[in-house]
Design a protein around this ligand. Structure first.
Ligand SMILES: Cc1cc2nc3c(=O)[nH]c(=O)nc-3n(C[C@H](O)[C@H](O)[C@H](O)COP(=O)(O)OP(=O)(O)OC[C@H]3O[C@@H](n4cnc5c(N)ncnc54)[C@H](O)[C@@H]3O)c2cc1C
Length: 429
């Protein structure tokens, strides 16, 4: 029986493992294994909502073990640390508890086909002081850390009857920075409703810093300018063409020597694949550690290894790289599934072509802006407001459908409606 291992149960990996489990695992035609260093999955584009409390991850997170049982694959919790391509096995680092006590020793797992889907982390470009003083929004734990610091600052302000302000600086004017800035203003309004007197938008100083000439540089200029205007209306201080060269305990230093004071600093300026991939089994990587793949999504040096999502360096026919986005991870998971089926059946594989369906940016409850691409729109069409909100939410719904199927996703939507009545609109604890 063939052994297929997917490492990384994120936006791409969990969808792929689920499909492989349903197709091969259920009929015991292949042994499907998912490896992740965490016990549960949370769709990464929701992290900024977890950070501000707009989302309760306890409700939306999926337990890998329960999901594996329902979809006929095995789950191993552990962190991939090495590979032996000659023996076709991967090594998982030992697992320890919070006190450093050994839970599970180092293990090896054998594969016939390996899929790497371990995503990316924030790239601080070795900027001085960033790793010590800034929060990265790469995982639910980091989102929690941000929420704790934010709530502490708001509590202090509330206790001082609103004297002073909460200063938050966010580096990186991409989707993460823009969405987080808007969510923060929503959080302040909600906290005021829940009894944090003296707290309103005028007490929140959010500075969004972007090195380029405009925020959302990957999106058409009219969308970035719409988002820029919305943020300014909310009271966000947007600083473009501003390069941060150093992070200190109480603020950020720009290239021009200006200090942007802040109690909480978030770094969301660019990504890289995990550092250990640089030396991973002699596979070819690029300067941000992504594994270079052919158009079939197989690595350039080993056909038994596929790579999907943010950790894949996949060049498109026009020479540009597939962007690190959830929609790319979703599409790659679908094509990788087809190519694994083709490989197992001895059929010809297909080439991956990235289909850009557009990009949407949520400005919390205030607005949603973005563009749709496709035949119907004959290129790119800007959308805003309610329609944009529906399309934005449908991205997550598509992910849920790929994982749970239509019926269960429908039930989850129903439960989330009920929760809107039962639970506070902001996670307060
Ligand atoms: C705050 C935020 C907002 C975003 N918003 C959007 C958006 O609106 N639209 C959009 O298209 N994209 C968005 N993105 C980008 C999107 O989240 C990623 O492109 C997408 O999640 C990539 O999917 P992936 O499967 O490659 O990796 P991920 O979803 O990151 O999953 C990687 C998985 O690998 C596991 N893992 C990592 N290292 C190891 C290891 N050594 N061993 C075992 N397991 C490991 C992790 O625990 C994780 O489960 C956003 C990202 C962030 C951070």
């Amino acid at each position: 029986m063939k052994k297929i291992i997917v490492v990384g149960g994120g936006a791409g990996g969990l969808e792929l493992a689920t499909k492989l489990g349903r197709t091969y695992g259920r009929k015991k035609r292949a042994k499907i294994t998912l490896v992740d260093r965490k016990a549960s999955h949370l769709w990464k584009p929701l992290l900024h909502e977890v950070a501000t409390g707009a989302m309760d991850e306890g409700i939306d997170a999926i337990s890998y073990r329960a999901h594996a049982k329902n979809h006929s694959f095995e789950f191993h919790m552990g962190s991939l640390c090495d590979i032996d391509r000659d023996r076709k096995c991967i090594r998982l680092a030992e697992l320890k508890d919070e006190d450093g006590e050994l839970l599970v020793p180092e293990r090896e797992l054998e594969y016939d086909i390996l899929v790497m889907a371990i995503g990316s982390t924030s790239n601080d470009f070795n900027t001085q002081g960033v790793s010590d003083n800034c929060i990265f929004l790469d995982s639910p734990e980091q989102a929690h850390l941000f929420r704790t610091e934010m709530n502490n600052e708001f509590l202090k302000l509330h206790t001082k009857s609103g004297e002073g302000s909460v200063d938050i600086a966010i580096v990186g004017g991409g989707a993460t920075g823009v969405e987080l800035s808007a969510e923060l203003h929503n959080a302040v309004r909600e906290l005021n409703i829940y009894g944090y007197s003296g707290l309103d938008s005028s007490k929140l100083n959010v500075t969004l810093i972007e090195a380029g000439e405009r925020i959302l540089p990957a999106l058409p200029p009219r969308i970035s300018s719409a988002a820029h205007n919305e943020l300014m209306e909310l009271g966000v201080n947007v600083k473009t063409s501003t390069m941060i060269v150093k992070a200190e305990e109480d603020g950020l230093i720009t290239k021009e020597g200006e200090k942007i004071s802040a109690g909480i600093m978030v770094w969301a300026a660019g990504i890289k694949a995990p550092d250990f991939l640089k030396e991973f089994g002699g596979l070819e990587t690029n300067r941000i550690n992504q594994l270079i793949v052919k158009d079939t999504l197989q690595t350039t040096r080993d056909d038994s290894i596929f790579v999907i999502g943010d950790c894949a360096a996949c060049q498109q026919s026009d020479g540009s790289m597939v962007p690190p986005r959830a929609q790319a991870a979703h599409q790659m998971a679908s094509l990788c599934f087809k190519n694994i089926v083709a490989m197992v059946s001895g059929l010809e594989m297909k080439s991956y072509v990235y289909k850009d369906h557009g990009s949407l940016v949520s400005l919390s409850r205030f607005s949603t802006v973005g563009s749709l691409m496709g035949n119907l729109t004959k290129g790119s069409m800007m959308i805003e407001g309610r329609l944009a909100r529906i399309v934005y939410i449908s991205l997550y719904r598509n992910h849920q459908i790929a994982i749970h199927g239509l019926f269960k996703t429908g039930l989850m939507m129903f439960v989330s409606r009920i929760n809107r009545v039962l639970r506070p609109s902001l996670k307060l604890h």
